[in-house]
Design a protein around this ligand. Sequence first.
Ligand code: GN1
Ligand code: MG
Length: 352
Amino acid sequence: MNTTTTPIPSPVLEAWGLHDGSWQIIPFGTGLINHTWKLERGNEALILQRINHNVFKTPHDIAHNMTLIGDFLQQHHPSYHFVAVKPTLQGQPLFFVAGHGYYRVFPFVQGSHTIDVVNTPGQAFEAARQFGLFTKMLTSLDVSKLRTTIPGFHDLTSRYQQFLKALETGDRDRRRDSAELIQQVISFSDIVTKFEAIRKNPDFKLRVIHHDTKISNVLFNNEQKAVCVIDLDTVMPGYFISDLGDMMRTYLSPVSEEEKDIEKINVRAGFYKAIMEGYLSAMKPVLSQAELDHAFYSGQFMIFMQAIRFLTDHLQNDVYYGAAYPGHNFHRARNQLTLLSRLTAHEKDWTN
Ligand code: GN1
Ligand code: MG
């Protein structure tokens, strides 16, 4: 869990020559996994991040992927604004401090801003188009050259197995108190069966997928146009359903996964349309018919997987996501299962 009080060891600032006291250091962003700070001096700005080593066990694989993608884009799409890391004074992409972990620095893209909540269909369209363009531009990059930064990250089958295991081994009281949510998860298990079919279907291509397409991972300019995507740690081979689906998961409802009042959760039809139009404006030429036929399913896939991840973590005493209040991951899971039901209610209208 991201806390804002974590100090930055001085060798880190020294590694990039940022230790002369002239930089103002401010905790930044809302990510759950890594720690992020913004460094400001006059009109200069940088982003410093500590990579969560429990989650990303091989940070050099992230650096490898970023170099591969950065070089490919530089060669084939030089006008794309790829945010490459700023190397240390020694020319390294990462800096390791024993007992603290791996750090890296990015330039802050001047004139850009991020948003935390999708308020208009135009924002959804812009973001979806950028995530689509990202994958499309990288279509001819050999995905087998990319390293897997989190094994099994969006493997729904294995996530479901972890959930079933937590039903046996998780905290006894939490299992009892979660009985209703557990039943809801089980009632949606055909989403796993469909995923298994996708994995066996040769018409589903492994592509360069972002795997975390929340709106705060898109940089917007002052004209409210999306410029590029960021937070590339989970970029690795995957299926398009991960990216399209995570946008449905995070843009459709006016309230986020943090909302405890499930009455406020709602699927906004205009935003569904905007996500689809934005994503397909980039990706339609490269998707197969079988992939296109699973556009709606992608939302169910991602919302279900996130519900399982939150509920599994709750049953396992919040070891992965942490909890800012008792029952935090229970409420997040309940939120996601509500969203899944509300999306599924549109299944007949939105699939053809
Ligand atoms: C984590 O750290 P953050 O917020 O970018 C998680 C995503 C989840 C998300 C849920 C590496 O992303 O998969 O969808 O929380 N990232 C990892 O808010 O587990
Ligand atoms: Mg992320």
